[in-house]
Design a protein around this ligand. Structure first.
Ligand code: BDR
Ligand code: CA
Length: 307
């Protein structure tokens, strides 16, 4: 199963990379990064840091767009730490960035296989640019699986989820593109929670990748403890990653979806027609329910697979 990842590491993006690398049934073709949780230089460096930690420095990484199509980038250091990885000071990677930039890498790798899954765990800026400038990739994308949006509450505003809100124009373009699209929104990712006991299990696995995951996620759990008063923390991007590899673990509903780009109170909100009031030409597969136990098991087994 060939997968290409577009991401903005970001603690949950970094965890998603670790999980993907620990699942044997897939091939990670490459990683493009985008400005999001932290600026582009850091998201790119962080992706390479994580690959190196996992002994997979040969997987190509390149930075794409530094910021949204129209808005100014608003990053999220309070959630992910100054370095984007919970301030854990992972060493500099030996492998340099791939030449040519993130958009070229995404396009080349998607074209290199007949059908690939494009997993996006970040604002959709790179994906929007790639689809607009290289329409030839459309037929090579089996589906885009995106962590973003929500059928209900937001996290950056009451109405909007961060990845949709950070670049609503890009999200709208990609969702309207007609390329098969699965939305894994907050309504789904909040069904799977890590807590301090889970982190203790990761530490007990006794390998460096799992220990680093626990260290990094500790920052994330502390943030959620402060805002929500519980250590049960969503790990959004890792849920989208597992759902991309195991589609049966996610129940979806086919709906019309669009993204609000200018609302006074609702900028970046995903408007999901759950009641089927409009008939979309190409419906979006909207994630509704996820098998949380299975997801946590896949994540733990993936971490356990590292030596
Ligand atoms: C999304 O926003 C980012 O902060 C996370 O990495 C995730 O992709 C959750 O809203
Ligand atoms: Ca992310």
């Amino acid at each position: 199963m060939p997968i290409f990842l577009d991401c903005d590491p970001g603690i949950d993006d970094a965890f998603a990379i670790m999980v993907l690398l620990g699942i044997k049934r897939l091939t990670l073709l490459g990683i493009s990064t985008v400005g999001g949780n932290v600026p582009l230089e850091l998201t790119s460096l962080n992706a390479r840091r994580v690959l190196e930690l996992c002994g997979r420095g040969e997987i190509p990484v390149a930075g794409g767009r530094p910021g949204p199509l129209q808005k100014t980038l608003v990053s999220a250091e309070e959630v992910h730490g100054r370095d984007g990885l919970g301030n854990i000071s992972l060493p500099e990677p030996a492998a340099p960035e791939a030449k040519g930039g993130g958009i070229s890498l995404l396009v080349d790798k998607i074209l290199s296989v007949p059908r690939a899954i494009l997993l996006a765990t970040a604002p959709l800026t790179n994906v929007a640019v790639a689809l607009a400038e290289h329409p030839e990739i459309r037929s090579h994308i089996q589906r885009i699986v995106w962590m973003g949006g929500s059928t209900s509450f937001g996290n950056v505003t009451p109405a909007a989820e961060y990845n949709a809100w950070a670049d609503p124009e890009a999200a709208r373009q990609v969702i309207r593109s007609g390329v098969p699209f699965v939305m894994v929104g907050l309504n789904v990712t909040h069904q799977v929670a890590l807590d301090r006991a889970t982190l203790a299990h990761y530490r007990a696995l006794g390998n460096r990748v799992a220990a680093t995951a626990a260290q990094m996620l500790d920052f994330y759990v502390t943030f959620h403890e402060q805002v929500a008063g519980t250590d049960r923390s969503p790990i959004h991007d890792a849920v989208a990653a597992v759902a991309a590899v195991y589609p049966a673990s996610l129940r979806t509903a086919a709906c019309a979806v669009d993204v609000e780009t200018t609302g006074e109170l609702t900028e970046g909100a995903t408007v999901v027609d759950l009641r089927g009031l409009v008939a979309p030409e190409r419906p979006i597969e909207v994630g509704m329910d996820v098998d949380a136990e299975f997801h946590l098991e896949v994540m733990r087994d993936a971490l356990a697979s590292f030596a």
